[in-house]
Design a protein around this ligand. Structure first.
Ligand code: FAD
Length: 455
């Protein structure tokens, strides 16, 4: 088999998964054209709206994606929501293949009493707030009603949040953090952030780089109890390499806490605790009740589970941030979505419905794999999906599209934002940033973005 002429692929989502899939396809096949659809007027997904503002080097991949989007083989089509504005079957009728790379826009909940009290926020909404995701600029955080925030979770996102809460404002001001966040943080009374993990020091999910950065933060002490680390002292040398170095740093950082003065900001790591209840008065968070866990190793020592001990403790705090994971949603009933795993059913990126592959439908990134892993993990994952598409194309497995028409001529009533439009927004953001000594001042209003394009 095999079709003649161009192979046209649509990608849904312009985060790393979308762009890396496009990159691989275009690099490997001369006859492929890619359109990347994005719900927002601005590209790059969590690189723009997730990655912490004080880690600008992580965002350098944007340069590569920009080069790609400027070639005539790849188009960015923003401000179009797939599932709402155009459904999957409509989209598929214009293309030989569609790749779902729309990430994870919801978050997991703890499912405990009091969780909807004022003062409890998801990591996702907090991060979206300081990074300027449209719709989050007015998030009403209670930064000045107490001095202690508890973060549930011990991953990199939890550490990002802790760092933003504890970094001196003068440092943050020079990043691309939104000015509304700087304004609110200038009234923050939070001095202590407690990061709570269900399991022990060997199961933390952040990396050494992020912890080291925390230990070097000015006017801030990292508090890891020495007695929590002692049981692991003698086995550190046997741990696999990255875990070994991280645990060494945790042991070295650990103390009895006597060096901490009242003037210091503090990040404390608390292990073996599960959230049980938000203690609230008049629906305002006053504290959190935690159950103390015991760690059980399975027979071959591979897996460590936390088991409640029936003993509890309560920590006074005004703010609780749950950082226990993002979650994907189903954007179209036609997509075979595994609600339990929160991913699209797939095999190597080929979407599978009840054991049958849907020809010409693919997925990539967090919506394919689940919401874990860094940009590099997502890149490898995207390359796998692109590989499946290339193979299917060679084998004549891609359906022919119903029309040779350009979808842009057919979508009426919408205002698609193209890459050159985004470049206008980009330029304006950089100009506004320059005025206040930061790399950019993000525009958070979609309406304002659309106005800038028209000017
Ligand atoms: P996303 O980046 O979420 O992209 C999905 C895109 O799809 C979004 O632009 C979204 O707007 C769009 N979309 C959603 N629904 C629709 C729809 N219906 N129609 C059209 N478009 C839609 N990794 C690192 O390597 N370093 C870091 O420092 C780092 N920091 C992180 C910090 C946070 C807070 C988070 C959450 C993640 C971080 N990561 C980091 C991980 C990294 O961001 C992910 O691995 C990666 O972004 C996942 O890529 P993705 O394309 O699958 O999803």
């Amino acid at each position: 088999g095999g079709r003649r002429g161009l192979t046209r692929i649509a990608i849904v989502g312009s985060g790393p998964a979308g762009f890396y899939t496009a990159h691989h396809l275009i690099k490997q096949c001369d006859d492929v054209r890619v359109d990347i659809f994005e719900a927002l007027p601005v590209p790059f997904g969590l690189i723009r709206f997730g990655v912490a503002p004080d880690h600008p080097e992580v965002k350098n991949v944007i340069n590569q994606f920009t080069t790609l989007a400027l070639t005539d083989r790849c188009r960015f089509i923003g401000n179009i929501n797939i599932g709402t504005d155009i459904n999957i079957n409509q989209l598929r009728s214009y293309y030989n293949g569609v790749v779902l790379a729309y990430g994870a826009e919801e978050d997991k909940t703890m499912g405990i009493k009091g969780e909807d009290s004022y003062g409890v926020f998801s990591a996702r909404s907090f991060v979206s707030w300081y990074n300027g995701l449209p719709g989050y600029e007015n998030l009403n955080l209670n930064l000045s009603s107490g001095d202690t925030a508890v973060i549930i979770g011990q991953g990199n996102v939890a550490l990002d949040i802790a760092r933003i809460l504890l970094t001196p404002l003068d440092t943050l001001k020079e990043t691309d953090i939104c000015s509304h966040a700087v304004d609110a943080l200038s009234f923050s009374k939070i001095k202590k952030v407690i990061m709570v993990g269900r399991r022990g020091p060997l199961q933390v999910a952040f990396t050494i780089k992020e912890l080291r950065e925390m230990t070097k933060l000015p006017q801030c002490k990292t508090m890891i109890k020495h007695k929590d680390m002692l049981p692991y002292k003698d086995i550190i040398s046997e741990l696999p390499r990255p875990r070994k170095r991280l645990t060494e740093l945790m042991l070295k950082t650990s103390s009895d806490g006597r060096d901490i003065s009242n003037d210091d900001n503090v990040l404390e790591l608390l292990f073996c605790r599960s959230p049980m209840e938000i203690i609230a008065r008049n629906e305002i968070t006053k504290g959190i009740k935690l159950e103390i866990n015991e760690l059980i190793e399975d027979a071959n020592g591979g897996n460590t589970t936390a088991v409640g001990s029936g003993e509890y403790e309560t920590i006074d705090c005004s703010m609780v941030l749950r950082s226990i994971g993002y979650k994907s949603r189903n954007i179209d009933p036609e997509i075979p979505f595994d609600e339990k795993l929160g991913i699209i059913n797939n095999s190597k990126g080929r979407v599978v419905n009840n054991g049958t592959t849907i020809n010409g439908l693919y997925c990539s990134g967090w919506v394919k794999r689940g919401p874990t892993g860094v940009i590099l993990t997502t890149m490898n994952d995207a390359f796998e999906t692109a590989g499946s598409i290339i193979e299917d194309n060679k084998n004549g497995m891609l359906p022919s599209s119903n029309t040779a028409r350009d979808i842009l001529n057919d979508i009426k009533g919408f205002e698609p934002v193209l890459f050159e439009d985004w470049l206008k927004i980009d330029e304006e953001e950089k100009r506004r940033g320059e005025l206040v000594g930061k790399p950019r001042e993000k525009i958070v209003s979609v309406l304002e973005m659309l106005q800038i394009i028209k000017n």
